[in-house]
Design a protein around this ligand. Structure first.
Ligand code: KIV
Ligand code: NA
Length: 264
């Protein structure tokens, strides 16, 4: 495979080729996903949940995310690596957004950044774009705003549909290279996808988006507890790893491991 560039996303939109994005937070998994041909990897602020164990994405900082970006970039020579700008690192002004995004590019090695919001961050997106930083937008349910959105719920229902469409158009006009739509009714997501010239990346947004994204631990059955309706578990890695760890411990206890073939 060749290196994914921003213009490939545009080409796939034009040719109607569907593609996938996965999150990644370290070198080892990034390498596997790159080998699997996943063209775009996201170092999501969902690291707050799956790496650091926070309840929401609100607490995670730029300093906690940048080291993860470095590992992913080293592991994924072909994928386009997108880094999430965390809560508090960009909202206040386009200038703050530029300073934070610049750190992710220079210190992390990211090739693009993602931020949450539509119309309200269109100037931020324009400033980054003009400065040479490709931006992925994120509209619909935006987890960093969980405290104002009233919990984890579908967005764009009823009156919300018009705002969602306005947000999608605003981020495209500001120069976004793609837009993630999270927890949006499938029909509305399809409508937005047909309206836009940039790719839509759905998560809980139905089958008509140009691309799909999932948190890798969700996709691989590597999370504990209940997963969202929009998640499909393509394997049960959590069960496999727990069993492997228990078997290892058991073999050590019984003196089965290490055997002569593991010894010098
Ligand atoms: O942080 C994240 O993982 C994300 C994706 C789920 C879109 O923003
Ligand atoms: Na995110």
């Amino acid at each position: 495979p060749k290196k994914t560039r921003v213009h490939h996303l545009q080409q796939w939109k034009a040719s109607g080729e569907r593609w996938s994005m996965l999150t990644a937070y370290d070198y080892s998994t990034a390498r596997l996903f790159d080998e699997a041909g996943i063209p775009v990897l996201l170092v999501g602020d969902s690291a707050a949940n799956v790496v650091y164990g926070y309840d929401t994405t609100v607490p995670i900082t730029t300093d906690e995310l940048i080291p993860l970006v470095r590992g992913v970039v080293r592991g994924a020579p072909h994928a386009l690596v997108v880094a999430d700008l965390p809560f508090g690192s960009y909202e206040a002004s386009p200038t703050l957004a530029l300073a934070s995004a610049t750190r992710f590019m220079k210190e992390g090695g990211a090739q693009a950044v993602k931020l949450e919001g539509g119309e309200r961050v269109s100037e931020h997106i324009a400033t980054l774009t003009m400065s040479g930083i490709p931006v992925v937008a994120h509209i619909g349910f935006t987890p960093q705003s969980v405290n104002t959105l009233g919990g984890f719920r579908v967005q764009g229902r009823g009156d919300g549909a018009e705002q969602l469409i306005a947000d999608a158009i605003a981020v495209q006009e500001a120069g976004a290279i793609a837009v993630v739509m999270e927890m949006v009714p499938a029909d509305l997501a399809g409508q937005v996808t047909r309206k836009l010239t940039i790719p839509t990346v759905g998560i809980g947004a139905g089958a008509e988006c140009d691309a799909q994204v999932l948190v890798w631990q969700d996709m691989a059955g590597y999370t504990s507890g209940k997963t969202a309706r929009f998640v499909k578990q393509f394997t049960q890695l959590g069960d496999q790893l727990r069993t492997a760890a228990a078997t290892y411990a058991d073999e050590v206890r019984r003196g089965v491991f290490p055997g002569p073939e593991h010894s010098f």
